[in-house]
Design a protein around this ligand. Structure first.
Ligand code: ZN
Length: 344
Protein backbone atom coordinates (compact mmCIF):
# COMPACT_ATOMS: atom_id res chain seq x y z
CA UNK A 1 0.00 0.00 0.00
CA UNK A 2 1.39 3.45 -0.87
CA UNK A 3 2.01 5.44 2.26
CA UNK A 4 1.79 8.82 0.53
CA UNK A 5 -1.52 10.56 -0.21
CA UNK A 6 -2.40 10.23 -3.90
CA UNK A 7 -3.75 13.07 -6.04
CA UNK A 8 -5.58 11.58 -8.98
CA UNK A 9 -8.28 14.07 -9.95
CA UNK A 10 -7.19 16.67 -12.54
CA UNK A 11 -9.04 19.38 -10.64
CA UNK A 12 -6.79 18.88 -7.60
CA UNK A 13 -3.81 19.73 -9.78
CA UNK A 14 -5.62 22.71 -11.30
CA UNK A 15 -6.52 24.10 -7.89
CA UNK A 16 -2.83 23.86 -7.02
CA UNK A 17 -1.72 25.56 -10.26
CA UNK A 18 -4.31 28.29 -9.73
CA UNK A 19 -2.87 29.18 -6.32
CA UNK A 20 0.50 29.85 -7.96
CA UNK A 21 -0.88 32.16 -10.65
CA UNK A 22 -0.14 35.86 -10.37
CA UNK A 23 -2.01 37.61 -13.23
CA UNK A 24 0.58 39.63 -15.17
CA UNK A 25 -1.68 42.48 -16.26
CA UNK A 26 -3.77 42.94 -13.11
CA UNK A 27 -4.04 46.62 -12.18
CA UNK A 28 -1.64 47.32 -9.33
CA UNK A 29 -1.53 51.11 -9.31
CA UNK A 30 -0.01 53.76 -11.52
CA UNK A 31 -0.99 55.03 -14.96
CA UNK A 32 -4.51 53.74 -15.57
CA UNK A 33 -4.63 54.64 -19.28
CA UNK A 34 -1.44 52.74 -20.13
CA UNK A 35 -2.60 49.72 -18.15
CA UNK A 36 -5.96 49.80 -19.92
CA UNK A 37 -4.34 49.78 -23.37
CA UNK A 38 -2.17 46.77 -22.50
CA UNK A 39 -4.91 44.70 -20.90
CA UNK A 40 -7.54 45.56 -23.52
CA UNK A 41 -5.20 44.35 -26.27
CA UNK A 42 -4.66 41.11 -24.35
CA UNK A 43 -8.36 40.50 -23.61
CA UNK A 44 -9.09 40.99 -27.29
CA UNK A 45 -6.46 38.38 -28.14
CA UNK A 46 -7.78 35.90 -25.55
CA UNK A 47 -11.32 36.23 -26.93
CA UNK A 48 -9.97 35.13 -30.30
CA UNK A 49 -10.32 36.11 -33.92
CA UNK A 50 -13.21 38.17 -35.24
CA UNK A 51 -14.25 38.48 -38.90
CA UNK A 52 -11.79 40.51 -40.96
CA UNK A 53 -14.56 42.58 -42.48
CA UNK A 54 -18.04 43.71 -41.53
CA UNK A 55 -20.68 42.48 -43.92
CA UNK A 56 -23.89 44.49 -44.53
CA UNK A 57 -26.36 43.91 -41.67
CA UNK A 58 -29.24 43.47 -44.12
CA UNK A 59 -31.86 43.86 -41.35
CA UNK A 60 -35.26 42.38 -42.10
CA UNK A 61 -38.45 42.98 -40.11
CA UNK A 62 -40.33 39.77 -39.28
CA UNK A 63 -43.28 41.29 -37.40
CA UNK A 64 -44.36 44.30 -35.32
CA UNK A 65 -46.72 44.30 -32.38
CA UNK A 66 -47.93 46.62 -29.63
CA UNK A 67 -47.65 45.46 -26.02
CA UNK A 68 -49.10 47.37 -23.05
CA UNK A 69 -45.69 48.97 -22.34
CA UNK A 70 -44.65 49.78 -25.91
CA UNK A 71 -44.01 48.39 -29.36
CA UNK A 72 -41.93 45.36 -30.31
CA UNK A 73 -40.43 44.79 -33.74
CA UNK A 74 -38.88 41.41 -34.38
CA UNK A 75 -35.95 41.68 -36.74
CA UNK A 76 -33.16 39.49 -38.01
CA UNK A 77 -29.77 40.81 -39.10
CA UNK A 78 -26.59 39.25 -40.44
CA UNK A 79 -23.67 39.44 -38.03
CA UNK A 80 -21.19 37.63 -40.25
CA UNK A 81 -21.62 35.17 -43.11
CA UNK A 82 -23.79 32.23 -42.03
CA UNK A 83 -24.55 33.86 -38.66
CA UNK A 84 -27.96 35.55 -38.56
CA UNK A 85 -29.18 37.17 -35.35
CA UNK A 86 -32.87 37.34 -34.44
CA UNK A 87 -33.63 40.25 -32.12
CA UNK A 88 -36.49 42.25 -30.65
CA UNK A 89 -36.28 46.03 -31.01
CA UNK A 90 -38.54 47.58 -28.37
CA UNK A 91 -39.72 51.18 -27.95
CA UNK A 92 -41.50 52.54 -24.89
CA UNK A 93 -44.83 54.28 -25.39
CA UNK A 94 -44.71 56.57 -22.38
CA UNK A 95 -42.33 59.31 -23.41
CA UNK A 96 -40.86 60.86 -26.51
CA UNK A 97 -37.47 59.93 -27.96
CA UNK A 98 -34.69 59.71 -28.69
CA UNK A 99 -34.61 57.09 -25.96
CA UNK A 100 -31.78 55.64 -23.92
CA UNK A 101 -31.43 52.04 -25.04
CA UNK A 102 -30.35 48.80 -23.42
CA UNK A 103 -28.96 45.74 -25.17
CA UNK A 104 -30.54 42.80 -23.29
CA UNK A 105 -28.84 39.41 -23.12
CA UNK A 106 -30.33 36.23 -21.67
CA UNK A 107 -28.09 33.52 -20.24
CA UNK A 108 -28.38 29.73 -20.51
CA UNK A 109 -32.11 29.50 -21.01
CA UNK A 110 -34.77 29.05 -23.66
CA UNK A 111 -33.70 32.38 -25.15
CA UNK A 112 -34.53 36.00 -25.80
CA UNK A 113 -38.32 35.44 -25.74
CA UNK A 114 -37.96 35.75 -21.96
CA UNK A 115 -36.90 39.39 -22.35
CA UNK A 116 -40.35 40.36 -23.65
CA UNK A 117 -42.32 37.76 -21.67
CA UNK A 118 -43.75 35.73 -24.55
CA UNK A 119 -43.77 32.06 -25.46
CA UNK A 120 -40.87 31.06 -27.71
CA UNK A 121 -42.94 29.01 -30.14
CA UNK A 122 -45.97 31.32 -30.15
CA UNK A 123 -44.84 34.89 -29.59
CA UNK A 124 -48.46 36.11 -29.32
CA UNK A 125 -48.84 34.15 -26.06
CA UNK A 126 -47.71 35.70 -22.76
CA UNK A 127 -45.13 33.63 -20.87
CA UNK A 128 -44.53 33.86 -17.12
CA UNK A 129 -40.89 34.89 -16.57
CA UNK A 130 -39.08 34.17 -13.32
CA UNK A 131 -36.41 36.22 -11.57
CA UNK A 132 -37.05 39.57 -13.31
CA UNK A 133 -35.54 38.19 -16.54
CA UNK A 134 -38.16 40.04 -18.62
CA UNK A 135 -35.47 42.68 -19.19
CA UNK A 136 -37.07 44.55 -22.09
CA UNK A 137 -40.36 44.95 -20.23
CA UNK A 138 -38.32 46.46 -17.37
CA UNK A 139 -36.66 48.81 -19.88
CA UNK A 140 -39.89 49.95 -21.52
CA UNK A 141 -41.55 50.52 -18.13
CA UNK A 142 -38.72 52.95 -17.35
CA UNK A 143 -38.75 54.80 -20.66
CA UNK A 144 -35.88 52.87 -22.24
CA UNK A 145 -35.75 51.29 -25.67
CA UNK A 146 -34.28 47.78 -25.82
CA UNK A 147 -32.55 45.52 -28.29
CA UNK A 148 -32.86 41.87 -27.19
CA UNK A 149 -30.28 39.79 -29.02
CA UNK A 150 -30.57 36.03 -29.40
CA UNK A 151 -27.11 34.79 -28.39
CA UNK A 152 -25.32 31.97 -30.19
CA UNK A 153 -26.29 28.52 -28.85
CA UNK A 154 -29.35 29.83 -27.00
CA UNK A 155 -33.03 29.99 -27.95
CA UNK A 156 -33.61 30.27 -31.69
CA UNK A 157 -29.85 29.99 -32.21
CA UNK A 158 -29.55 26.67 -30.39
CA UNK A 159 -27.77 23.99 -32.36
CA UNK A 160 -30.31 22.61 -34.83
CA UNK A 161 -28.13 20.23 -36.80
CA UNK A 162 -28.98 16.84 -35.34
CA UNK A 163 -25.46 15.43 -35.64
CA UNK A 164 -24.04 18.47 -33.79
CA UNK A 165 -26.41 18.42 -30.84
CA UNK A 166 -25.11 17.50 -27.44
CA UNK A 167 -26.53 17.52 -23.93
CA UNK A 168 -24.77 20.78 -23.10
CA UNK A 169 -26.27 23.54 -25.26
CA UNK A 170 -22.92 25.31 -25.84
CA UNK A 171 -20.45 22.44 -25.95
CA UNK A 172 -20.15 21.90 -29.72
CA UNK A 173 -19.93 25.61 -30.49
CA UNK A 174 -17.34 26.17 -27.75
CA UNK A 175 -14.95 23.48 -28.93
CA UNK A 176 -15.34 24.25 -32.64
CA UNK A 177 -14.60 27.92 -31.96
CA UNK A 178 -11.43 27.00 -30.04
CA UNK A 179 -10.11 24.95 -32.94
CA UNK A 180 -10.75 27.92 -35.23
CA UNK A 181 -8.85 30.37 -33.02
CA UNK A 182 -12.06 31.88 -31.73
CA UNK A 183 -14.14 31.66 -28.55
CA UNK A 184 -17.91 31.47 -28.25
CA UNK A 185 -17.86 34.47 -25.89
CA UNK A 186 -15.78 36.41 -28.44
CA UNK A 187 -18.37 35.59 -31.10
CA UNK A 188 -21.20 36.69 -28.82
CA UNK A 189 -19.39 39.97 -28.14
CA UNK A 190 -19.06 40.44 -31.91
CA UNK A 191 -22.85 40.02 -32.24
CA UNK A 192 -23.31 42.75 -29.62
CA UNK A 193 -21.01 44.98 -31.67
CA UNK A 194 -23.16 44.32 -34.74
CA UNK A 195 -26.24 45.04 -32.60
CA UNK A 196 -24.67 48.45 -31.91
CA UNK A 197 -24.30 48.91 -35.68
CA UNK A 198 -28.01 48.18 -35.97
CA UNK A 199 -28.89 50.72 -33.26
CA UNK A 200 -26.91 53.37 -35.18
CA UNK A 201 -29.49 52.95 -37.95
CA UNK A 202 -32.45 53.73 -35.64
CA UNK A 203 -33.19 57.45 -35.15
CA UNK A 204 -35.42 56.62 -32.15
CA UNK A 205 -32.42 55.84 -29.92
CA UNK A 206 -29.80 58.09 -28.35
CA UNK A 207 -26.35 56.61 -29.04
CA UNK A 208 -24.91 58.65 -26.14
CA UNK A 209 -27.04 56.54 -23.78
CA UNK A 210 -26.53 52.93 -24.84
CA UNK A 211 -26.24 50.27 -22.17
CA UNK A 212 -25.82 46.52 -21.94
CA UNK A 213 -27.34 44.15 -19.39
CA UNK A 214 -27.86 40.47 -18.82
CA UNK A 215 -28.09 37.76 -16.22
CA UNK A 216 -25.64 34.86 -15.75
CA UNK A 217 -24.34 33.94 -19.24
CA UNK A 218 -25.86 37.27 -20.34
CA UNK A 219 -23.79 39.03 -17.67
CA UNK A 220 -20.64 37.28 -18.88
CA UNK A 221 -21.10 38.72 -22.36
CA UNK A 222 -22.12 42.09 -20.89
CA UNK A 223 -18.79 42.18 -19.01
CA UNK A 224 -16.57 41.35 -22.01
CA UNK A 225 -18.57 43.51 -24.41
CA UNK A 226 -18.35 46.45 -22.02
CA UNK A 227 -14.61 45.92 -21.61
CA UNK A 228 -14.01 45.97 -25.37
CA UNK A 229 -16.70 48.04 -27.09
CA UNK A 230 -16.41 51.82 -26.73
CA UNK A 231 -20.00 52.50 -27.85
CA UNK A 232 -21.42 50.98 -24.64
CA UNK A 233 -22.03 53.84 -22.16
CA UNK A 234 -23.33 51.97 -19.08
CA UNK A 235 -23.55 48.35 -17.98
CA UNK A 236 -25.58 46.21 -15.60
CA UNK A 237 -24.24 42.63 -15.40
CA UNK A 238 -26.22 40.43 -13.01
CA UNK A 239 -24.99 37.23 -11.34
CA UNK A 240 -21.96 36.74 -13.58
CA UNK A 241 -19.27 38.86 -11.95
CA UNK A 242 -16.83 37.31 -9.43
CA UNK A 243 -13.20 36.24 -9.19
CA UNK A 244 -12.40 33.35 -11.52
CA UNK A 245 -10.98 31.36 -8.62
CA UNK A 246 -14.11 31.78 -6.50
CA UNK A 247 -16.64 31.03 -9.24
CA UNK A 248 -15.61 29.67 -12.64
CA UNK A 249 -12.76 27.54 -11.28
CA UNK A 250 -14.37 26.33 -8.08
CA UNK A 251 -17.94 25.63 -9.25
CA UNK A 252 -18.81 23.67 -12.37
CA UNK A 253 -19.78 26.09 -15.15
CA UNK A 254 -20.55 25.90 -18.88
CA UNK A 255 -17.41 25.56 -21.00
CA UNK A 256 -18.01 28.96 -22.62
CA UNK A 257 -16.75 30.64 -19.42
CA UNK A 258 -13.23 29.22 -19.75
CA UNK A 259 -11.32 31.69 -21.87
CA UNK A 260 -7.92 30.35 -22.87
CA UNK A 261 -5.23 31.58 -20.50
CA UNK A 262 -7.20 34.58 -19.21
CA UNK A 263 -6.20 34.07 -15.59
CA UNK A 264 -2.50 34.37 -16.51
CA UNK A 265 -3.21 37.99 -17.40
CA UNK A 266 -6.07 39.29 -15.30
CA UNK A 267 -9.00 38.50 -13.07
CA UNK A 268 -12.58 39.49 -13.82
CA UNK A 269 -12.35 42.66 -11.71
CA UNK A 270 -9.58 43.88 -14.01
CA UNK A 271 -11.51 42.93 -17.15
CA UNK A 272 -14.57 44.92 -16.08
CA UNK A 273 -12.18 47.64 -14.88
CA UNK A 274 -11.51 48.31 -18.58
CA UNK A 275 -14.99 49.84 -18.64
CA UNK A 276 -13.97 52.66 -16.24
CA UNK A 277 -14.88 55.50 -16.00
CA UNK A 278 -18.26 54.57 -17.53
CA UNK A 279 -20.95 53.73 -14.95
CA UNK A 280 -21.56 50.11 -14.03
CA UNK A 281 -24.06 48.47 -11.69
CA UNK A 282 -22.95 44.98 -10.69
CA UNK A 283 -25.86 42.90 -9.44
CA UNK A 284 -25.38 39.82 -7.25
CA UNK A 285 -27.57 37.42 -5.30
CA UNK A 286 -26.87 36.91 -1.61
CA UNK A 287 -27.49 33.18 -2.01
CA UNK A 288 -26.14 32.71 -5.55
CA UNK A 289 -24.28 29.41 -5.29
CA UNK A 290 -22.52 29.58 -8.68
CA UNK A 291 -21.26 33.16 -8.31
CA UNK A 292 -20.80 33.15 -4.51
CA UNK A 293 -21.00 36.51 -2.79
CA UNK A 294 -17.52 36.45 -1.17
CA UNK A 295 -15.99 36.01 -4.67
CA UNK A 296 -18.21 38.82 -5.99
CA UNK A 297 -17.07 41.15 -3.21
CA UNK A 298 -13.41 40.30 -3.77
CA UNK A 299 -13.66 41.06 -7.51
CA UNK A 300 -15.63 44.21 -6.75
CA UNK A 301 -12.86 45.51 -4.47
CA UNK A 302 -10.48 45.40 -7.42
CA UNK A 303 -13.09 47.09 -9.61
CA UNK A 304 -13.45 49.90 -7.06
CA UNK A 305 -9.67 50.33 -6.94
CA UNK A 306 -9.57 50.80 -10.72
CA UNK A 307 -12.55 53.18 -10.78
CA UNK A 308 -10.88 55.29 -8.10
CA UNK A 309 -7.63 55.38 -10.08
CA UNK A 310 -9.61 56.37 -13.20
CA UNK A 311 -11.17 59.30 -11.34
CA UNK A 312 -14.60 57.65 -11.35
CA UNK A 313 -14.97 56.74 -7.71
CA UNK A 314 -18.63 56.24 -6.94
CA UNK A 315 -19.60 55.20 -10.46
CA UNK A 316 -19.22 51.47 -9.91
CA UNK A 317 -21.97 50.05 -7.75
CA UNK A 318 -22.66 46.69 -6.17
CA UNK A 319 -26.30 45.79 -5.58
CA UNK A 320 -26.93 42.59 -3.63
CA UNK A 321 -30.39 41.06 -3.99
CA UNK A 322 -31.95 38.99 -1.25
CA UNK A 323 -31.98 35.63 -3.02
CA UNK A 324 -30.26 33.37 -5.54
CA UNK A 325 -29.03 33.38 -9.14
CA UNK A 326 -31.36 35.87 -10.83
CA UNK A 327 -31.86 39.55 -11.65
CA UNK A 328 -33.17 42.04 -9.06
CA UNK A 329 -34.97 44.76 -10.99
CA UNK A 330 -36.35 46.74 -8.04
CA UNK A 331 -32.93 46.90 -6.36
CA UNK A 332 -30.78 47.54 -9.43
CA UNK A 333 -32.74 49.88 -11.70
CA UNK A 334 -32.93 52.90 -9.34
CA UNK A 335 -29.12 52.86 -9.07
CA UNK A 336 -28.67 52.66 -12.83
CA UNK A 337 -31.28 55.38 -13.48
CA UNK A 338 -29.31 57.72 -11.22
CA UNK A 339 -26.23 57.20 -13.40
CA UNK A 340 -28.06 57.44 -16.74
CA UNK A 341 -29.69 60.73 -15.64
CA UNK A 342 -26.17 62.23 -15.54
CA UNK A 343 -25.59 61.26 -19.18
CA UNK A 344 -28.71 62.99 -20.50
ZN1 ZN B 1 -22.73 28.02 -22.32
Amino acid sequence: MPSEEQHLSPSLNHQHVMKGIDPKLAYSGGDCAAWRRRLRRRVRAVLGDTPAKRVPLNPRTLWKRDLPLGSVEKIIFTSEPYADVPAYFCLPNKSSGPFPVMICLQGHSTGMHLSIGVDREDETKPFPVQGDRDFALGCMARGFAALCIEQRSFGERRELLQERRSKDMCHEAVVQALLLGRTLVGERVYDVDRGLDYLESRPEVDMRRVGCMGNSGGATVTIYASALLPRICFAMPSCGFATYAGSILSVSHCADNYLPGMLKYADMGDVLGLFAPRPVVVVAGRDDDIFPLPAVREAFEQLERIYKAAGAEGHCHLVVGNGGHRFYAEDAWPVLLGEVARLA
